[in-house]
Write a protein that binds this ligand. Structure first.
Ligand code: GDP
Length: 201
């Protein structure tokens, strides 16, 4: 898929106020610092699209972008801040739960995980929750350039083994690097393919 246009639409904290258009929607989520903004900018060929909502509270908002005037890319808040209080975590959980449960346009989520790290409890639990709620998702391994060519496959293998302790099969996944552009075509083609199947159905 070629990106002809990528525009910021709206940021908000209330799922009821998200755009009403019935366009297919793909949500990007992961631990803070996983490389989500960099990935969104890489996918859309924009230097700072993921930051255009600008305000300091941005990380706690649902950010909608419209791509090629045909689908929504949604930048969700990063989770897993070590310093956030328990009550703040609860608010966050409610907010994310509401988004995933109520957003009927949502086609699929992309759960970002750092290629270098072992599977993290918070990511595994989140994916478990998506599974239980029948929300389709793919995993995106980020920052692949930070691992050597030899180490990358063994890290992915380890991750897969760990996932298979909970899942019957490894979910669909993409290996990416925002600095080299690795994975860009695969993700965009995947979205294009899903969008065209939705049109047919
Ligand atoms: P976010 O908090 O998930 O939006 O993460 P950012 O996109 O802001 O990235 C966090 C840090 O990781 C920044 O210093 C980025 O420059 C760096 N980073 C993000 N993606 C990559 C990548 O693919 N390769 C490398 N080497 N660094 C990356």
């Amino acid at each position: 898929m070629k990106i002809n246009s990528a525009e910021f639409v709206i940021s908000n904290s209330d799922v009821a106020k998200c755009p009403k258009d019935k366009l297919p929607e793909y949500a990007f989520i992961g631990r803070s610092n996983v490389g989500k903004s960099s990935l969104i900018n890489m996918l859309t060929d924009r230097k700072s699209l993921a930051k255009t909502s600008g305000r300091p509270g941005k990380t706690q908002l649902i950010n909608h972008f419209i791509i090629n005037k045909t689908w929504f890319l949604v930048d969700l808040p990063g989770y897993g801040y070590a310093r956030v209080s328990k009550s703040a975590k609860k608010v966050f959980q409610k907010f994310i739960t509401a988004y995933f449960s109520k957003r009927s346009q949502l086609v699929s989520a992309f759960v970002l995980v750092d290629s270098r790290h072992e599977p993290q409890k918070i990511d595994l639990e989140f994916m478990q929750w998506l599974g239980e709620n029948q929300i389709p998702f793919s995993i995106i391994f980020t920052k692949a350039d930070k691992l050597s060519k030899n180490k990358l496959p063994s890290h992915i293998d380890n991750y897969t083994k760990m996932m298979l302790e909970y899942w019957e099969e490894m979910p669909n996944y993409f290996i990416t690097s925002s600095s080299s552009g690795l994975g860009k075509e695969d993700i965009l083609n995947y979205i294009q393919e899903v969008n065209s199947q939705l049109k047919k159905s």
